[in-house]
Design a protein around this ligand. Sequence first.
Ligand code: GTP
Ligand code: MG
Length: 204
Amino acid sequence: TERSVQVKLVLLGEAAVGKSSIVLQFVSNEFQPNKEPTIGAAFLTQKCRLEDRVLRYEIWDTAGQERFHSLAPMYYRNAQAAVVVYDVTKASSLEKAKTWVKKLHRQANPNIVIALAGNKIDLVTPSASSSSPSPKSEDEADDVTATPGKTTSSGEPESLRQVPREEAEAYAQEAGLLFFETSAKTGEGVLEIFTEIAKKIPID
Ligand code: GTP
Ligand code: MG
């Protein structure tokens, strides 16, 4: 027999990083290129099927705009899971994500499962996102910051990436977070966020 557990999940992150788009992709397999900013918060539910059980996510998709920040504690206070989103093409959004993680560690349920999601990887050149990083010489290793308009040694346009995967992943590991790179546009990595979180939610 299947057990269905309710899991309250909150999404947090800077405005326009793609929180609502990730939820829309997870819930309806859709993408809207000109999605309007969330006002306050939005509530959606979606089932998530694991081998041995089904979870029902109760999702609070918060507004990233500064003027709504005072509302956030209402949504994360009793959350069992959180997805903190940043945009891989915007370095400052990772810094913002880190401040949300600090707030969660200080004020949320101590057992909360937190995932960090670097969204919009479709904007990063395919070669940069799909191939694993090749070994680099000492000199090259220092030059990891992509500048728009530059080209790589192979002549391809350099990606818009501002946050190296390794940097965000190292931070996530040190802070005890699950880590994903996603595209709400193509759907890449989106389902994984919710299934990997689900696996970490204890069966009571
Ligand atoms: P707030 O509600 O204001 O906090 O923003 P949000 O984090 O919910 O962002 P939203 O999902 O509204 O997306 C902002 C913009 O980025 C929209 O125009 C989306 O279509 C676009 N967008 C979201 N995710 C992606 C993605 O993975 N790739 C690309 N290319 N665009 C994306
Ligand atoms: Mg939104």
